[in-house]
Design a protein around this ligand. Structure first.
Ligand code: ZN
Length: 481
């Protein structure tokens, strides 16, 4: 924390003290913020009725039919009032991405797949600087880079027992510092062996946290199919007593997505703590120089050069340009996920919604900007793949339940109920839609009118509140060693 932040904190604390007697004299009204006349939809209680919402001190203080007054009044007539969306896989942990995701209804975003290199330093660096709530896990990718010496070795070299021990120590430090879980990118580090993965899961098991895994194989061919890859980490989770979260299932399982979902649904039906997420797009994007595009990628994914789109210029690739860009490195979009696979995953009982997004200077995948509005507008309203209430559960409550076991703050998120954090989105069920495309990935979603984070508006009547920084860190209790 800087000196300036410390001073401004002191100022607001003094302000609150002066305000206290006035609030007392006025009785319970007015609230800090009221949201009036909206259709309140709560995925936990399944409440679906017109109610007024009164917010005080960052939390929902009343839900009522009676008239209430507030210092800030939001009229949500004709709009749905729902829990703010929780993104369990967000790589864009900065203001550029907060601004875009706020307009997509997101109020909390978690860097769980890649994790962060230094959990304690990361939470410190973000404090008081963020529009949206933020959280992160520790990182097997980073542990491996440190133990093996550099990025290339981390991708290609097997680790010794001593190096695996170092990695486990690294994971342990990140969890002691309050990391929400452990992230893995096994496809990008094919040299990480089964035993190494199991040893990392054992650390997660000691803290009962979830392992968020980009699985080993994102391919259609047996021996190395995505089903094999899911079985590997399921087995590790069972052996270690850790929870498992499989990230972006359709972009890994491709045409086998319905089978992969069936497998995960079976784990859940037998009571195992396994969850997964989906982003609602038929293309994935990644670094062209990475292991993903090693020899044989056409057969593995069932695509060819012209299914690849160079993100910077939107040109479709040829054998020549592929070779050139693979040499240079950069972001490529692979149109490889069947539409049926995405529909199945959005509809599945097993999934929650996660963007896997991360925009850099306006360049990236449209999922960074439009994931949640796309689920509500395209998949709920237009395609009728699932009900609005079911979608809201996948956009908020599911992620809250994933993390509340290890971070009690999440018990107050993903719900519209008295005592819950006032992380709230209001939108038109008739108008909400994503606008971001592969050509214009930074076009904000439409039909989302108000977004509150800890009771403070970050989007108000459709306008982004550029200076609002109400985001708070979501972190497990820090343990002393
Ligand atoms: Zn991934």
């Amino acid at each position: 924390m800087t000196r300036r932040e410390l001073l401004s904190l002191g100022a607001s604390a003094a302000g609150a003290y002066v305000m206290a007697p006035a609030i007392h004299l006025l009785g319970p009204d007015p609230y800090d913020v009221v949201i009036l006349n909206g259709r309140v939809m709560d995925p936990e209680s399944k409440t679906d009725r017109v109610l007024n919402v009164g917010i005080r001190n960052g939390r929902i203080a009343t839900l009522t039919k009676r008239e209430i007054k507030g210092r800030t009044v939001i009229d949500a007539l004709g709009q749905v009032v729902a829990p703010g969306f929780i993104d369990p896989i967000s790589h864009g942990q900065d203001l550029e991405n907060d601004f875009l995701q706020a307009r997509d209804g997101v109020t909390s975003k978690l860097q769980m797949e890649a994790g962060v290199p230094d959990v304690a330093a990361w939470y410190e660096a973000n404090a008081y600087k963020r529009m949206l709530n933020y959280g992160a896990g520790t990182s097997h990718v980073q542990a491996r880079i440190r133990a093996l010496g550099d990025d290339v070795k981390a991708e290609t070299k097997e680790a010794t027992d001593a190096q695996i021990y170092q990695m486990a120590e690294f994971i342990d430090r990140g969890l002691k510092a309050g990391g929400l879980g452990v992230g893995f990118g096994l496809e990008y580090q094919p040299a990480a062996g089964r035993w190494e993965v199991l040893e990392m899961f054992r650390v997660a098991g000691r803290y009962r946290v979830s392992c968020h895994v980009h699985t080993r194989y994102g391919t259609l061919l047996e021996e190395q199919s995505n089903l094999t890859a899911i079985e590997e980490v399921f087995s590790a989770a069972m052996a270690a007593g850790a929870a498992l979260h499989v990230v972006h299932v359709p972009s890994m399982a491709l045409g086998n997505t319905p089978k992969a979902l069936k497998l995960i649904e079976s784990f859940q039906a037998r009571g195992f703590d396994v969850t997964c997420d989906v982003y609602p797009y038929t293309a994935f994007g990644t670094g062209i120089a990475s292991e993903v595009f090693a020899e044989g990628w056409q057969e593995k994914f069932g695509i060819t050069y012209s299914d690849l789109e160079w993100a910077k210029t939107h040109e479709r690739l040829t054998e020549e340009t592929f070779a050139k860009y693979r040499e240079e490195g950069g972001f490529v979009i692979a149109h490889a996920i069947p539409a049926e696979a995405v529909r199945a995953a959005v509809a599945s009982k097993a999934t929650m919604i996660g963007s896997d997004g991360g925009m850099k200077d306006g360049v990236g995948h449209p999922r960074s900007t439009g994931t949640f509005a796309r689920v509500l507008g395209y998949y709920v309203r237009e395609q009728k793949v699932l009900s609005l209430m079911a979608a809201l559960e996948k956009c908020s409550l599911r992620a809250a339940k994933r993390f509340e076991k290890v971070c009690p703050d999440f018990k107050r998120k993903g719900r519209i109920k008295i005592g819950a954090d006032a992380d709230i989105v209001t939108f038109s069920a008739e108008k909400v839609i994503d606008k971001a495309t592969f050509d214009k990935p930074a076009m904000p979603s439409e039909g989302i009118y108000n977004v509150l984070v800890n009771g403070r508006a970050v989007v108000l009547e459709g306008e982004l509140q550029q200076d609002a920084r109400p985001g708070k860190g979501l972190r497990r209790p820090v343990t002393k060693s």
